[in-house]
Design a protein around this ligand. Structure first.
Ligand code: MRU
Length: 344
């Protein structure tokens, strides 16, 4: 993807405000931890890896004005900041992974001065951007090997550059395949209710000159039946140790459709999105969001006033539908409990 999702200029943290896309590509400066929490909550920045990196910068913003003179007081500020940021969204494990990483780092450096510790946190967040780029790139190379010239790939939601620091996870194999000279066509589910597929995936692929056809979520079966899709690749917010995959609501349905049509269903998952502490997907906490996202999508009322609504942001695809999990270390195949353990 041609732009950075999170950009750092002279110690200022800027993010692309994804709620404005595709109409406007605009960076906003995030000045405080409260602004970062809000940005994550309302999906100005979203997608599991990007949320993790944003949270790391959020910790820095939360402690940068700390007046603590000793480590114990500073540690309390760090814990306050990490607890607050952890409450922004529950499903993407990268959020908790990044906060944990910062906490461990601060403890490891406890002998340093408070101002040094603040710098350590900032530098780590910057390092996460670079690391994420490298991880997505390698993951993309593994994924591109699974694609043939002329393939159609269906994806759901946005697990592209906008969901990470730059390359994306599910879209990385497509970007790398393009570099290799393969012609890949993408079918992007629009992804109700917040339209990440239409607003973000279609936008970023179009920017990159990759042929993309936008479809409504309920058209995926028809497109598969026509023989236009040779692989499905999606991202994940949290994958359990047995290979059950939490991803954007609707992913489970796509996986069932893929199986019915004999199409491989791949999950692009950096290891930071794999939660080895959870044995099964039913242990993953699934975010439920406001009813208005469905009844008043983008400000237009499309349902009766006061109607009861169920709005889970994610679902869990059972591992039996998952052909392979593409990570930055290797592509993992079933049995996942055994093979993910080996990978880690
Ligand atoms: O609610 P969102 O937009 O944060 O959901 C994003 C997804 O479901 C992505 O597929 C997932 O985070 C993987 S991003 C590489």
């Amino acid at each position: 993807m041609p732009v950075d999702t999170i950009a750092v200029h002279e110690n200022q943290v800027k993010i692309i405000d994804q709620t404005l896309l595709p109409l406007k590509m605009e960076y906003i400066t995030i000045h405080t931890i409260g602004e970062m929490w809000e940005a994550i909550k309302v999906l100005r920045i979203r997608g599991a890896p990007a949320i993790g990196i944003a949270a790391a910068f959020g910790v820095f913003l939360g402690v940068k004005e700390s007046r603590a003179q000793d480590f114990d007081t500073f540690w309390k500020d760090v814990e306050k900041a990490t607890d607050f940021l952890a409450s922004a969204r529950p499903t993407a494990v990268n959020l908790f992974w990044a906060l944990d990483r910062i906490k461990k780092l601060v403890q490891y450096n406890r002998e340093h001065s408070i101002s040094e510790l603040k710098k350590v946190i900032f530098d780590e967040a910057v390092c996460m951007i670079k690391e994420d780029n490298a991880i997505c790139r390698t993951l993309g190379e593994f994924g591109a090997d699974l694609l043939n010239d002329g393939d159609g790939v269906l994806t759901h939601c946005n697990a592209g550059g906008l969901a990470t620091a730059r390359y994306g996870t599910a879209l990385a194999p497509i970007y790398v395949a393009k570099e290799q000279g393969k012609h890949i066509t993408v079918f992007s589910d629009e992804t109700r209710p917040l339209l990440q597929g239409a607003r973000l995936t279609a936008w970023e692929l179009h920017q990159e000159g990759i042929p993309v056809t936008l479809i409504c979520d309920n058209m995926a079966a028809a497109v598969m039946a026509k023989g236009w899709v040779q692989a499905v690749i999606v991202g994940t917010d949290r994958t359990a140790a047995n290979g059950d995959v939490a991803n954007k609501i609707g992913t489970y349905g796509v996986a069932i459709l893929a199986k019915e049509h004999g199409i491989p269903f791949y999950v692009a998952a950096p290891t930071s999105s794999i939660d080895m502490t959870l044995s099964h997907g039913d242990q993953i906490s699934i975010e439920e969001r406001a009813a208005e996202e469905i009844t008043h999508g983008f400000g237009l009322q499309t349902a009766p006033e006061g109607i009861r609504v169920y709005n889970p942001a994610f679902d869990v695809t059972p591992n039996r539908y998952v052909t392979g999990i593409i990570t930055e270390k290797d592509v993992v195949y079933p049995p996942y409990s055994e093979n993910l353990k080996k990978l880690f």
